[in-house]
Write a protein that binds this ligand. Structure first.
Ligand SMILES: Cc1ncc(COP(=O)(O)O)c(C=O)c1O
Length: 384
């Protein structure tokens, strides 16, 4: 007898096409306008988007960039960070964070993360800054917390260490645009903030994109120059920069996505709450810090039964991913800055236990319930 059990429909991990379908007419109209005026480089939509982003975060200056990585690079270059300097970063993050530091010639110094929020641990930061000062090889210059999975780092405690140690505070908010800490949004929590509009991010373009946020007009002007080869309005090259600007077409698409963004964030929050309610009895669900809201770039559980859960989900055609299983301090490119395995115990434990489930603005209740039932069954099977 052939097996006639219905094959479940595959679930997307991130449903960018679903969101595009929902916004398609407005996106098409915006694209048409750009094709009509033809200002593909730094056209009017770029400035319009920068103003809309500043409005959204409640003030400050915004400079869009070609990607999140470009934004981090430009922020480091603007501060003159380079050879001999140490920049403190987590290892529980995407390559870009430490790579940008090494690309400007500085040393990424890895700091462990907090067990609950997965973000930079302020106490370990203070210890590592002291150790670098004692060793005397690198000059502590900056700290770059990462708002991993959409959860802001502890900017109050990290900011206090940064101030005491005279470190430039640069936020890697690539995953957290839309999140809040206290009464402030990501973008207004550090001297400079970089975010990414990579398509899978909470606010995603139809290609690469990013932005820098700062309260300081002079710093914003330098960001603007650096994204166009350090050129000023007169065409003089004032400092060594790069091609790091956002395309007008991406700005036009992002203007539509930004209008929909508050609603998208609520959809993500509702999905996270439904996951929490269904999963809290079975696995460790994401920690909710009372002083923060999360942008839910990813919804990530912890479990010692991770491999069994992953297999059960795969059998049910549900994708799930473990991020930073091999954290940055274990990658060959950063070996010379790393103390190797065992040097970041929390980071390494999270790498072994985390699993991100599908999360996006189009996720419906029935799909969440289906995913949660598979997770719960996989955990229960291990108990019998
Ligand atoms: C934490 C983090 N930092 C930096 C980046 C780099 O952003 P982009 O891919 O836009 O260059 C990303 C995203 O990909 C990221 O997740």
């Amino acid at each position: 007898m052939p097996d006639t059990a219905p094959v479940p429909a595959p679930v997307p991990f991130v449903d960018i096409q679903g969101q595009t379908r929902r916004l398609r007419e407005r996106i098409d109209a915006r694209i048409r306008r750009v094709l009509d005026h033809g200002q593909f480089i730094l056209g009017p939509e770029v400035r319009e988007l920068e103003e809309a982003l500043a409005d959204y975060v409640g003030g400050g200056h915004v400079v869009t960039t070609g990607s999140g990585h470009d934004a981090i690079l430009i922020a480091l270059m603007a501060e003159g960070i380079g050879p001999g300097d140490a920049v403190f970063v987590p290892a529980f993050t995407f390559v870009s964070t430490a790579e940008a530091v090494a690309a400007v010639g500085a040393a990424p110094i890895f700091v462990d993360v907090d067990e609950r929020t997965f973000t930079l641990d302020p106490a370990d930061l203070a210890r590592r800054v002291a150790a670098v000062r004692r060793a005397g090889v690198w000059r502590p210059r900056a700290v770059m917390p990462v708002d991993i999975f959409g959860m802001p780092a502890d900017y109050a405690a990290i900011g206090a260490v940064a101030e005491a140690e005279n470190l430039y505070l640069l936020a890697d908010a690539a995953q957290s645009f839309g999140a809040t800490f206290g009464n402030r949004r990501a973008g207004r929590l550090a001297a400079a903030t970089a975010t990414s509009f990579f398509p899978a991010k909470p606010l995603g373009a139809a290609g690469d994109g990013g932005a820098l946020f700062t309260e300081d007009a002079g710093r914003a002007a330098e960001f603007r120059r650096l994204r166009v080869h350090g050129l000023d309005a007169a065409g003089d090259c004032l400092s060594v920069g790069m091609t790091g600007r956002l395309d007008t077409l991406q700005a036009a698409i992002l203007l539509v996505k930004l209008e929909a963004f508050p609603d998208d964030l609520e959809r993500r929050e509702a999905a996270a709450r439904r996951y929490d309610a269904a999963l809290a009895a079975h696995v460790e669900v994401p920690f909710r810090a009372a002083d923060r809201t999360c942008a839910w770039a990813l919804y990530t559980i912890l479990s010692d039964r991770r491999e069994a859960i992953r297999k059960a989900l795969a059998d049910a055609r549900i994708p799930a991913r473990s991020y930073y299983e091999k954290a940055l301090h274990l990658h060959p490119a950063f070996a010379r800055f790393s103390e190797g395995p065992g040097s970041l115990p929390v980071t390494e434990r999270l790498g072994r236990r985390n699993l991100s489930l599908p999360m996006h603005s189009e996720l419906d209740a029935a799909t969440i319930d289906r995913i949660a039932a598979v997770v719960a069954a996989a955990v229960s099977a291990g108990r019998t």
